[in-house]
Design a binder for this molecule. Structure first.
Ligand code: PEP
Length: 243
């Protein structure tokens, strides 16, 4: 089976109840879309966004435990209980702000799987790592360290997000994205029996103007979109380019 196509939005720490109007504005286009469309809003907006019934809804992080004394955290079970289907894990902002390691991400992915969530595991090199010629080595190590046993195409999505491309308006060249995605596909196929079917997303300054050329790259099955997912007018052209 071919990997599922996914247009995923990450609202990060943006949005309020009024911003849910943007989801209403997506309704018509999403209804006709053949790809999966997901938005991961701040956790407080998850129930209200799910109630709209327009897009699949996911969390932006979850704890490695199902419950317990972890003030301020949210578990995968809680996200699932609220109706979320996905959770973003290991985003570079969490790796930087919360010192998350591959081991942390792996434990969280296991918890997400136990809760019945699809884990979107993010990885990507820094600008220095790319300039130093270490991209493939970094990517391969993050993939090996972050993807847990039990991962399958049904419960795991991988998002390649070069740190230097997030929110900067800069993107890698087409051959650079192609090289990383080919390596991810090869490593996943070596490791998982259905590795050829795992959806591989590109993320980092995706917008309507560059989406089509990025989606034409082999082994790019969709996008994880930050800034351009906040407004229907910016996100829908990306969904249309994937469709
Ligand atoms: C992201 O935060 O995952 C992201 C890709 O952001 P942006 O699209 O704004 O670069």
């Amino acid at each position: 089976m071919a990997p599922r196509k996914l247009a995923a939005g990450n609202w990060k720490m943006n949005g309020d109840l009024a911003a849910l109007d943007q989801i209403d504005a997506m309704a018509e286009a999403v209804k006709g879309a053949s790809c999966d469309v997901l938005i991961c809003p701040p956790a407080l907006l998850i129930p209200a966004m799910i109630a709209k019934g327009v897009v699949a809804v996911g969390g932006q992080d979850c704890h490695a435990e199902a419950s317990g004394a972890h003030t301020g955290d949210i578990s995968g079970q809680m996200l699932r209980d609220a109706g979320a289907t996905h959770v973003i894990l290991g985003h570079s902002e969490r790796r930087a702000d919360h010192h998350e390691t591959d081991e942390t991400v792996r434990a969280k992915a296991l918890a997400a799987h136990r809760a019945g969530l699809i884990a979107i595991i993010c990885l990507g090199e820094t600008g220095d790592q790319r300039d130093g010629g270490h991209t493939l080595q970094v990517i391969a190590a993050q993939l090996a360290g972050s993807v847990p046993e039990g991962a399958t195409a049904a419960n795991t999505v991988i998002a390649y997000e070069p740190v230097w491309a997030i929110g900067t308006g800069r993107t890698p060249t087409i051959p650079q994205i192609a090289e990383v995605h080919a390596r991810l596909r090869a490593d996943l196929s070596d490791r998982l029996s259905d590795g050829a079917e795992v959806s591989l997303l590109y993320g980092g300054s995706v917008k309507g103007a560059n989406a089509a050329e990025i989606f034409a790259i082999p082994h790019v099955d969709g996008a994880l979109v930050g800034g351009a997912s906040l407004k229907a007018a910016d996100f829908l052209p990306i969904v249309a380019a994937l469709d």
